[in-house]
Design a protein. Sequence first.
Length: 392
Amino acid sequence: MLGDNAPMKFDVIIVGGGLAGLALAVGLRDSRLSVALVEGRAPLRPEGWDARIYAISPTNARFLERIGVWSHLDRQRIEPVRRMAVAGDTDGRLDFSAYDSGVEELAWIVEASLMQCELWESAKRQANLQLFCPARPAALSMTDDAANLSLADGRQLVGRLMVAADGADSWTRQAAGIDVSFKPYGQHGVVANFETGLAHRGTAFQWFRADGILAWLPLPGDRISIVWSTSQAHAEELLALTPEEFTQRVAAAGDHRLGALRLITSPAGFPLRLMRAPHTVQPRLALIGDAAHAIHPLSGHGINLGFQDASELADVLRTRPGHIDCGDFSLLRRYERARIEEVVAMQSVTDGLHRLFGSTTPPLTLLRNLGMNLTNAAPVIKDTLVRYALAS
């Protein structure tokens, strides 16, 4: 008989039960692979509305539908984005319309916890998946044949493939010896939710301002979620305001576009940074989600990149020839090559836009606002931008 500390063997071990890690686990539900998922705590739904929201692209909505999650989300807590109004810091303007682009919606606004809890419930019912929660990784070692993970409680897991899905400060990535480069933006993202005096009509607003980038994203009913990417000092100033003062500041910064606002979730802030990894795979290891890349939130594509990581890696693993080990380096390189172009492009675009709109040099101010207006007057270019965003 095996002892209590005998290693438990799996094909795939995923460390991290966030959105990307859970999506990969659930994406492997119809495979012949045995899967373990290690997570410190189960997700919980907050009271009221979650201030952590994402703009989910139609491509990723279809991915979540394909793995059996999207159709189970509460439709009364999901809002389609049908229009987007972007304003520069002088007279620049960009307007996007789902109708003009021949699609039903540009994106869906969804609470992070809503998706995570539904993914978690799907994972709990999954026959080929074993959840280790609460659990904390303690040691990682790699051999030619396996990845060996020791948990803090003494349990031993052995897998053919280890997947790091444990965030930008990934313990797994560090334990595997993969160095990444961080570029702090010196900014924080300030988030909160409001009720609005006027209907948003499915419109997302974004202002490139002298004090940062402010986005108002539509929630169901007359509600919005805001993300204000701004300097650390300004973020601290905003977070120190009374609820009434903070509400007035947000309403004024958005030109009172939706009338009077009423704060419904307490504001919170988080630091913004760019993170690049030289490689997202090595023998018996793959990185996905924020463990593989981090970008500025101005495009709203962070979790979309993570979902596409999960989708691509799941496809590579499910369709591999039977004689190929799921931790084989050449197999994992297929995943890395498939993802590198989109990730690098999105990191470059968001970083470039941050630097472009972060400058107060008059020639750049003129150039960026002129560029917005020229793009706004060119339907073909706008449609190309929309199609790229829809596919991400």
